[in-house]
Write a protein that binds this ligand. Structure first.
Ligand SMILES: C[S@@+](CC[C@H](N)C(=O)[O-])C[C@H]1O[C@@H](n2cnc3c(N)ncnc32)[C@H](O)[C@@H]1O
Length: 393
């Protein structure tokens, strides 16, 4: 098998060294910066037709070990896959989503360990794309700027009733209450998030303003009681099939004249098929089971069909690449501590996922869009100012 694989790899001139199960080392190019240690001989035959799902899966299952900077490992894995991989056409995923399946998928990812997430997220544990106003900010600054950006787009003011759909550990809810005087109701499907989220609300003495609950978006009261609705990094879990229902919920929970802001990852492809070369397959199998990404035009269509009027759209793709780069570097710097918090298998999954997604956003495999929509008043007017100038003041 090596006789087929080695010439093909050598043609790519990658700074890669192979270390075989018997200790033998083969340099693929000059001055290798990355060593791929193949521990399972059966893997060799599969490497003649690799995919990112195969490589990532082999690492997670301990069939290979990776040595060298993770960013470089991912780049080399992508180059090998693109050059040698074939027959990995990505097919659009259309899974059915019910409450029980979604709750299980959410628990798998978000109930992993609060301590682990605390290790590499910012101080407010915001688990979504940051906002870099100049590109020189650190992670804490970028996440605070993102929370402010969201609140400004929502034109949040004291006393506003804000619903945060998929509130995570409550960072935005506390920010909106503390900085803008809003009354916030946040929902999550993760028990661990809820526990720590509530502790943090109490620690800040914000119980009168912030209520966090374990609730599915499908169970929200649809009586238009909220002035503003925000959903950040949540709709990736909804699924194509339920997207119209999700948008209908957003439209029905907000009062006429109110605003809805949806912030989330969007597909590069109109049909929402996963990223090529097996990256999407890896994410679905190991990271976000049942996650599905719609294209901007699809979520846009659903929002419009729900009766909301889209008033502003912003892409933050490179902001997410940078955020993920921070998360990945912060985790890489604290691997020994992380090993005390989660099983080795989970650590391997999260390492590949964070570095891989940073790479994917940088390469334009996926995007991130903030979509601001207004629920028109009966006469068709809305409550927004004439320009966006106030967002940047
Ligand atoms: C990536 S986290 C984002 C958390 C938070 N918005 C932030 O930016 O830090 C996704 C959140 O969506 C929530 N979520 C996912 N599916 C949900 C559902 N069906 N109903 C309610 N919340 C859900 C998860 O529990 C989690 O809190």
């Amino acid at each position: 098998m090596l006789t087929t694989l080695l010439p093909a790899l050598r043609d790519l001139e990658l700074p890669l060294r192979l270390r075989l199960w018997d200790g033998k080392e083969i340099d693929i190019g000059p001055t290798p910066s990355v060593t791929l240690e193949i521990r399972d001989p059966d893997l060799l035959s599969k490497l003649t037709n690799p995919s990112l799902a195969l490589l990532g899966g082999a690492y997670v299952e301990g069939k290979v070990d990776l040595h060298g900077p993770l960013e470089e490992v991912i780049r080399i894995g992508d180059e090998i896959t693109r050059a040698l991989g074939e027959g990995h056409a990505a097919v659009p995923v259309r899974e059915s989503h019910d409450k029980a399946t979604d709750a299980e998928a959410i628990s798998y990812h978000y109930d992993l360990s609060n301590a682990f997430y605390q290790l590499w997220l910012d101080r407010d544990m915001v688990y979504s794309c940051g906002y870099f106003e100049t590109g020189t900010e650190d992670l804490d600054q970028a996440q605070q700027a993102k929370l402010r950006h969201l609140c400004r787009k929502l034109r949040l003011k004291p006393g506003d009733r804000l619903l945060d759909v998929g509130c995570g550990w409550g960072g935005l809810a506390r920010f909106a209450a503390r900085e803008y005087g809003a009354q916030v109701f946040g929902i999550t499907l993760s028990r661990e998030q809820l526990k720590l989220g509530r502790e943090r609300v109490a620690a800040e003495g914000l119980e009168d303003q912030v209520r966090l609950e374990l609730m599915d978006y499908r169970d929200l009261p649809t009586d238009g009681q909220f002035d503003k609705v925000v959903s950040v990094g949540m709709f990736e879990h909804v699924g194509h099939a339920n997207m119209p229902l999700y948008c209908k919920q957003l439209s029905e929970v907000v009062r006429p004249g109110g605003l809805v802001l949806n912030h989330g990852i969007t597909s590069r492809y109109i049909d929402g098929r996963p990223v090529a070369h097996g990256a999407g397959e890896f994410i679905d199998r190991y990271v976000f089971p049942h996650g599905e990404l719609p294209h901007l035009v699809k979520i846009g269509a659903c929002i419009s069909e729900s009766g909301l009027e889209i008033v502003d759209v912003e892409s933050l793709r490179l902001h997410y690449a940078r955020t993920l780069q921070f998360w990945s570097e912060r985790l890489e710097a604290r691997l020994d501590e992380a090993r005390q918090m989660v099983p080795e298998r989970a650590l391997r999954i999260w390492r590949v996922y964070l570095a891989g997604c940073a790479y994917g956003f940088r390469r334009n495999w996926i995007n991130l869009h903030q979509i601001l929509a207004s629920k028109p008043l009966p006469d068709g007017s809305h409550e927004l100012p004439w320009s966006r100038a106030d967002v940047y003041r």
